[in-house]
Design a binder for this molecule. Structure first.
Ligand code: FES
Length: 96
C-alpha cells in the first residue's frame, strides 16, 4: 500500500478507486477520500494526486484542474484569544 496523502493517511489505491467512481479533479478526490484536507492543505500530496489522475485518465497533467485553495490554518493560543477578549471588553467599557 502506497500512502499518497500523509496527513490524512490516504493510499494510492483509495485514490484510484475514487477515480473509478467518476472523480476527475483534485477537488473531487479531496471530497471523496479527504486527500488534501490535512494540515498541509495538500502541499505535499496535491501534485501526486494530479499525477495519479493524469495516469489513470490518460490525460496530460496540464489539463488537470488545479484545486481550490483555502488560507492555511494556524493554531491560535487561548492566551491570545483571551487577550483579545479582554481588549474588546476594555474597549466596550470605555465606550459606556
Ligand atoms: S499530505 Fe495530503 S493534506 Fe498533507
Amino acid at each position: 500500500m502506497k500512502i499518497i496523502c500523509r496527513c490524512q493517511d490516504v493510499s494510492e489505491d483509495e485514490i484510484i478507486a475514487a477515480i473509478r467512481q467518476g472523480a476527475t479533479t483534485i477537488d473531487e478526490i479531496r471530497r471523496l477520500v479527504r486527500a488534501g484536507m490535512g494540515s498541509c492543505q495538500g502541499r505535499t500530496c496535491r501534485r501526486l494526486v494530479a499525477q495519479i489522475i493524469s495516469r489513470e485518465l490518460k490525460t496530460p497533467a496540464a489539463e488537470i484542474y488545479p484545486p481550490t485553495f483555502r488560507p492555511p490554518n494556524r493554531p491560535v493560543s487561548f492566551e491570545l484569544i483571551m487577550a483579545e477578549r479582554e481588549r474588546q471588553e476594555t474597549e466596550d467599557g470605555e465606550k459606556k
